[in-house]
Design a protein around this ligand. Structure first.
Ligand code: NAD
Length: 378
């Protein structure tokens, strides 16, 4: 079988026990393309091999759909009471760096994901002596990773916004849409700004504390009172907004479009019946469960999955690892190039997915994935 086909087993799974000190975790390489794979590293108390494998599979699907010649991978480290704080945290990432050193140098690029910060990444890259600018057989990157990647923080939200516009347009909508956004972190805030700038009306945003709604929420004012973790300061809310602390109240809002930009399985079998929006876009990974997707489709609601909509972060990293980015462009032009590249892929995939969905019953994603796999073969 070719390495671009769809194996149901990962190419390989590495169990991490630590080098020099103990850690517990996994690196799952779901697929390899030209000997390359990449994905983020997450550190949570509950992370499991199964979760890491599911996320690595998701990465494969994202890159296949985006037409990028790189396989999907993911790493997970189990956080404990002692390994995640202060000096112990640095030790954890030094141990991680020593343990995954042969993988990093062997074409498995590991970035950041939930629970892992850019500072943690700097520690494990340093311990492994790994700099993604240099790889045997590939041209050097002329700029360092942070110079490339940090200006692209809003790229995921940009792509999610493009998916939303494409789905609204495909539904024949010409009026401004009423939009609810679950999650007001890096992704949720960028989507809110993107859609407001294009004339849509944000009627609800939710963070971990609850749902804030109004006929028209002032996005810039809300962004100004939100911290780096996406927590909105409720003591400084604008006037004339309603706050609900009821669980998942973002589902009950009268909205045309719902963007899911918070946690896994936010939309699930238990709450899907409350959904009012006719278009749902997943900004988060695995934002809706399989049962919820079925229920939503049965209602005639359009759902654009995260593997299509939220490729901005992973896709822009992969564009650099595979050296597709025109690095000779100046900083602003390079950023625009990456944003446009992501927008084009998201638009194309969203349109094609909706076309398949309109033509045949059932989940349209496997057919689209098969078509994109064939294109990568050519
Ligand atoms: N940042 C990226 O480029 C990127 C790319 C792809 C996927 N993702 C995924 O998208 C999701 C959002 O990413 P982010 O970077 O914006 O995260 P973030 O941590 O910056 O923000 C998360 C937001 O979700 C809110 N939230 C958490 N639990 C909630 C709940 N139960 N109900 C309502 N709100 C809740 C938080 O309060 C916060 O506002 C994450 O799952 C992330 O893994 C992020």
């Amino acid at each position: 079988m070719s390495d671009l086909e769809d194996p149901h087993q990962p190419a390989f799974t590495v169990h991490l026990n630590g080098s020099g000190a103990p850690i517990k975790g996994w690196v799952v390489v779901d697929t390899l393309v030209d000997g390359l794979a990449m994905g983020g590293t997450r550190m949570t108390t509950a992370v499991s091999e199964e979760e890491v494998a599911g996320l690595a599979r998701d990465m494969t699907e994202k890159f296949t759909l985006a037409g990028l010649r790189i396989g999907g991978a993911k790493a997970g480290i189990v956080a404990t009471d002692t390994n995640a704080d202060g000096a112990n945290r640095e030790q954890t990432f030094r141990t991680f760096g020593r343990t995954v050193k042969p993988l990093l140098h062997g074409g498995i690029h590991l970035g950041i994901d939930m629970g892992v910060t850019p500072a943690d990444r700097a520690v494990f890259f340093d311990e492994a002596g790994y700099d993604p600018r240099y790889r045997l057989g590939a041209p050097d990157m002329p700029i360092d990773w942070r110079t490339y990647y940090e200006p692209l923080i809003d790229c995921t939200g940009h792509g999610v916004g493009v998916a939303a516009l494409t789905a609204l347009e495909a539904g024949g909508r010409t009026e401004p849409a009423k939009v609810a956004i679950q999650g007001f972190g890096a992704v949720g805030r960028a989507v809110a700004r993107f859609l407001e700038e294009r004339g849509h009306v944000i009627v609800a945003v939710a963070d971990v504390q609850g749902t804030i709604s109004a006929d028209r929420l002032p996005v810039a004012d809300l962004v100004a009172i939100t911290d780096e973790f996406g927590r909105i300061d409720h003591s400084r809310l604008p006037q004339h907004v309603t706050v609900s602390r009821e669980s998942d109240a973002w589902l009950d809002v009268d909205a045309d479009l719902l963007v899911l930009a918070a946690q896994k399985y936010a939309l699930n079998a238990e709450n899907a019946h409350r959904l009012r929006a006719r278009v749902v876009v997943e900004g988060a990974n695995l934002a809706s469960s399989a049962e919820a997707k079925e229920k939503v489709a049965a209602q005639g609601t359009v759902l654009v999955p995260g593997v299509i909509a939220n490729i901005g972060g992973a896709g822009s990293a992969a564009l650099a690892v595979t050296r597709v980015v025109p690095f000779d462009l100046g900083a602003e032009a390079r950023k625009q190039w990456v944003f446009d590249w992501v927008a084009d892929r998201v638009r194309l995939n969203t349109r094609d997915l909706l076309e398949i969905a309109a033509a045949r019953p059932g989940n349209p994603l496997p057919e689209l994935l098969a078509a994109r796999r064939q294109e990568l073969h050519r």
